[in-house]
Design a protein around this ligand. Structure first.
Ligand code: FUL
Length: 446
């Protein structure tokens, strides 16, 4: 082998004086599935189950399955509303902490099988999966590891077998899954026992049965929790993490929080953040919280603080006791969809030629001075996330004015600024490697 080939393959470079210098390790990049997921931006979360009928947030596992009777159940309505509002996937609580299964599982009788709904022949997971297929949406499931009903909970082997069996049913009966959602909350089982979960076995099972599904949890492995339930990503927010900092879902501590919120510029693993938040005060539907449904502007703020900060938004919209998304929630979602469409309809910088004045300075002259208040920056993350700091300036009345001064960019970084009339835009970045920016977009909010 030629000496140069050897050096290239062994990752050793030759310095100017012929000295051997270590090559910097290549920066992590997303897999094709992660990239597609990041581009999808928005998913709807559906908390639904016995809690919908008791008004509780956490059931204790002793609920009578007879409570579950969503008389007008229509998963197609969920999917239609989600799609019309611009969401790309639905994620359903197939089992929450109370252990009640929304599909006719063979693992326990604590399921829809013992409910009066459709005389015990219904399957919420199936109908949701089909509705997603019909509407062209991705489908994902939440299977709570914490189970307050399972008698085996707390018996390491028996419960882990039981959990894997439930997961196997979900992974094999309902077609392709886009996402498998592992919650971090955990506590005591039926008689105060605690359980340790076998995460390596769970991950291996998902990879084997659904290699294209992305796994979400505090500890990934594919998508990480953003570290709060307010829908707000950190600033900075890196897609890379140090996996040792969050060893398992539910780990706590300042280092864990920082890693979830911000990621790590030196992280060795690509694990972008997902921000989950509810459209209502609670995760489950309650009539008295109808007045607390967030309005379209508030939902747009959540979009800006999550997708606008390099995370995805998973917005929880819990179905009612009828099994439908309620009128207040549908109005808010529809309003949000319209507002977002109008906001990002016209890119005022479309088609302009961006100049790269130096490796870190990008300038675009607008064909005419335009009134604007929103700037969308994007890195070409296929090559990794590079930008650690950036400044946006606009040429206003002949003078460069800083309108945003901030940290990371990543897949998308949104700045909402005071309205200005700008003739040109320039973006200065600091980066860990060769940054690759996609053309910036400029908008005027409605
Ligand atoms: C938490 C759970 O305890 C809540 O009930 C909800 O499901 C939320 C998304 O995750 O950990």
């Amino acid at each position: 082998m030629d000496r140069r080939d050897f050096l290239r393959q062994s990752g050793v470079g030759l310095g100017a004086a012929g000295l051997r210098l270590p090559r910097p390790a290549p920066r992590p990049v997303p897999t094709a599935a992660q990239l597609a997921w990041q581009r999808s931006e928005l998913a709807l979360f559906l908390h639904f189950g016995v809690n919908t009928f008791t008004g509780r947030e956490w059931g204790d596992g002793r609920e009578d399955p007879a409570l579950f009777n969503p008389a007008a159940f229509d998963a197609r309505q969920w999917a239609r509303v989600a799609k019309a509002a611009g969401f790309k996937a639905l994620i359903l609580t197939a089992k929450h902490h109370d252990g009640f299964c929304l599909w006719p599982t063979d693992t326990t009788m604590h399921s829809v099988r013992r409910s009066p709904w459709r005389s015990g022949t219904g399957d919420v997971v199936h109908e949701t999966a089909i509705s997603c297929q019909l509407e062209g949406l991705g489908f994902g499931v939440y299977l709570s590891p914490w189970d307050r009903n399972a008698p085996s909970y707390g018996d390491w082997r028996r419960y882990n077998d039981f959990y894997r069996q439930q997961l196997t049913e979900l992974l094999t009966r309902y077609g392709p899954l886009a996402e498998v959602w592992f919650d971090g909350a955990t506590g005591e089982g039926p008689d105060g026992r605690r359980q340790e979960y076998d995460w390596p076995a769970v991950h291996a099972l998902v990879r084997r049965l659904q290699p294209r599904a992305l796994m979400f949890s505090d500890a990934g492995p594919d998508i990480r929790w953003v570290g709060n339930e307010r829908g707000v990503a950190g600033d900075p927010n890196w897609c890379t993490v140090n996996p040792d900092a969050v060893p398992y879902p539910g780990a706590v501590g300042p280092a864990v929080e920082a890693m979830l919120q911000h990621g790590d510029p030196d992280g060795t693993v690509w694990r972008p953040a997902e921000a989950d938040v509810s459209i209502r005060p609670g995760w489950f539907w309650r009539a008295e919280e109808d007045a607390g449904v967030k309005n379209p502007r508030e939902l747009l703020d959540l979009y800006a603080s999550s997708v606008g900060r390099n995370a995805n938004l998973l917005l929880n919209v819990p179905p009612t006791r009828d099994g439908l998304l309620g009128p207040a929630d549908v109005r808010a979602l529809t309003g949000f969809g319209d507002l977002r469409r109008r906001w990002f309809e016209e890119d005022l910088a479309a088609g302009i030629a961006w100049r790269r004045d130096s490796p870190t300075l990008f300038t675009g002259d607008l064909p005419r001075a335009v009134r604007c208040d929103t700037i969308l920056l994007r890195e070409e993350i296929e090559r990794g996330q590079m930008v650690s700091a950036h400044r946006v300036e606009m040429l206003v009345d002949g003078a460069w004015t800083t309108v945003a001064d901030s940290t990371t960019i990543g897949r998308s970084r949104l700045h909402r600024v005071e309205p200005v009339t700008a003739a040109a835009v320039r973006i200065t970045v600091e980066a860990l490697g060769q940054p690759s920016l996609l053309p910036a977009r400029i908008y005027l909010s409605p």
